[in-house]
Design a protein around this ligand. Structure first.
Ligand code: ADP
Ligand code: MG
Length: 494
């Protein structure tokens, strides 16, 4: 497996002096069922654009507020918006791991199963196989038996197809699994934890207070699978561990996919809630930063999205920066523009009222359109909303996409800076010229170049050129699965 190395972030900052005052936010035109064609003095779009602004001083405040919540969460349980979960992962992969291990990855959109035959320091990954399925929508809001039954039955199919020549399980050993469960979990050991809350549109019943691993074990037993979960990790931890296997400078793992999260290497002595002052060394902290909800540039569209979500009032950062929501924010803005101006003609397209009709993938495709007449923007709008948009309208739609993506990318950058600065305060590694790598996974970061660029701009603006020159953001596709398998190896009972 080869990893793509991004070059250190070297982007000219676009620093503007901008004082954030409430006066820059003006009132939206009141939403009405009857369209009013009169041009508002402060149009929906202009106001939205203003409200989404994230000038450098404002981003600095966001990074500092995230940093404060990190500190508060490390001090006591529930001290801040960020739970700063102890992951019980103290040892990261060394490269010496050997044997056959499995990984299950329950993300927000997809479910992946993977097997890896590890050959130690020299041979590394000898063989690997993986399979990906989309998670049926009904399972996201069904029962735990249904969800874990789905996981176990697909795992059983996967194992049944295994080619014996390629993969070898040592006699006397059970197949061991690293289980990546990408929802906030209150971890009680490396192999147990309970769901704190569901996110990303999931709401699975029957799991309150129940050990996630026990749920999987029951389902595996029901499917006649004699396997053992040796590590319960989250996708951020998996990403950090998987990337560290190839690169010793990896200190942070960030997810920007359906949802978002970040994990990093922390000094145990800097974790007051660990209550063991003598503890030395490092451990991985799962920030669950998606839960950050302070001082964010929330517009009426974000508020309405939040109110109608499965977890109102929570995970406001995630709702502004992650793939599940960017398209939906744009749709809400377009709908309001349609209601108050003559965007898309005289009538309001019915499909524009369908929640989540516009996906983040669609925004990305529209922003990719380099043609003068924005042909593919027109096609996408026609296919999704059945509207025939003229060139001016297409341009306007792209501007709305860019506004939302810019805000999302920049806010994500501020979060990364908060973590990097914390690491820097404790280790001074960047100041002493040591390369520091942020391992990144998730299709939003991978596939959305504008998002990536905005994120990197923010990083340089806040960190400054000097420190930023030692930071590399390294996209490590699907590495979290490898990381989970490696952590199963590290925590093997054999
Ligand atoms: P998960 O978060 O479920 O582990 P991924 O990392 O594959 O899965 O992320 C899937 C999410 O990434 C989608 O929900 C979507 O929001 C976003 N995404 C997928 N493809 C693209 C794309 N081409 N452009 C922008 N965003 C995308
Ligand atoms: Mg994922």
């Amino acid at each position: 497996m080869s990893l793509m190395f991004a070059s250190p972030v070297r982007i000219t900052p676009t620093v503007r002096s901008f004082t954030l005052t409430s006066s820059r936010r003006c009132n939206y035109t009141v939403m009405s069922a009857v369209r009013s064609d009169s041009a508002s003095t402060c149009s929906v779009f202009t106001k939205f654009q203003n409200d989404c602004e994230t000038p450098t001083p404002f981003l600095r405040n966001v990074a500092d507020a995230i940093s404060d919540d990190m500190r508060a969460g490390l001090a006591v349980e529930g001290g801040g918006d960020l739970p700063m979960i102890l992951t019980y992962v103290d040892a990261l992969p060394s490269g010496k791991e050997e044997g056959l291990f499995y990984a299950l990855d329950l993300g927000g959109t997809n479910f992946r199963v993977r097997s890896v035959q590890l050959g130690g320091k020299q041979e590394r990954v000898v063989a690997a196989e993986s399979e990906q399925l989309s998670i049926p929508k009904e399972l996201m809001i069904g029962t735990s038996e249904e969800l874990f039954g789905f996981i176990a039955s697909n795992l059983a199919n996967f194992v049944a197809k295994e080619k014996p020549g390629r993969f070898q399980l040592e006699t006397g050993k059970k197949r061991e699994i690293g289980f990546t469960f990408s929802f906030p979990v209150n971890q009680t050991s490396i192999v147990s934890g309970t769901v704190i809350k569901w996110t990303k549109g999931f709401k699975v019943s029957g799991m309150e207070g129940k050990n996630v691993v026990a749920c999987l074990n029951e389902a595996m037993e029901a499917h006649g699978l004699d396997m053992r979960v040796s590590a319960l990790v989250n996708d951020g931890v998996g990403t950090l561990a998987g990337a560290r296997y190839w690169d010793e400078d990896v200190m942070v793992g960030v997810i920007l996919g359906t949802g978002t999260n970040a994990c990093y290497v922390e000094q145990k002595q800097k974790i007051p809630k660990l209550h063991s002052k003598s503890s030395s060394g490092t451990t991985i902290i799962n920030t669950e930063w998606g839960g950050f909800s302070k001082i964010l540039p929330q517009t009426i569209f974000d508020q309405e999205l939040d109110e109608e979500s499965i977890n109102p009032g929570e995970h406001l950062y995630e709702k502004m920066i992650s793939g599940m929501y960017l398209g939906e924010v744009v749709r809400r803005v377009l709908l309001q523009m349609c209601k108050t101006t003559d965007l898309f003609g005289q009538s309001i397209p019915v499909k524009l009222s369908t929640p989540f009709a516009l996906r983040t993938e669609d925004l990305c495709k529209m922003q990719e359109d380099n043609t003068d007449d924005l042909l593919s923007v027109g096609t996408i709008l026609y296919n999704i909303f059945e509207v025939e948009a003229n060139l001016k309208e297409r341009k306007r739609v792209v501007e709305v996409c860019d506004t939302v993506v810019k805000r999302g990318g920049r806010l994500a950058g501020a979060g990364i800076v908060a973590i990097l600065e914390k690491i820097e305060r404790e280790t001074k590694r960047m100041a002493s010229g040591q390369r520091t790598v942020v391992a990144m996974d998730g299709a939003l970061y991978e596939k959305y170049p504008q998002y990536r660029r905005y994120m990197q701009d923010a990083l340089v603006e806040l960190l400054g050129h000097s420190l930023a020159s030692h930071v590399a953001i390294k996209h490590t596709k699907d590495v979290s699965g490898l990381g989970a398998a490696l952590l199963a190896a590290t925590n093997s009972i054999y």
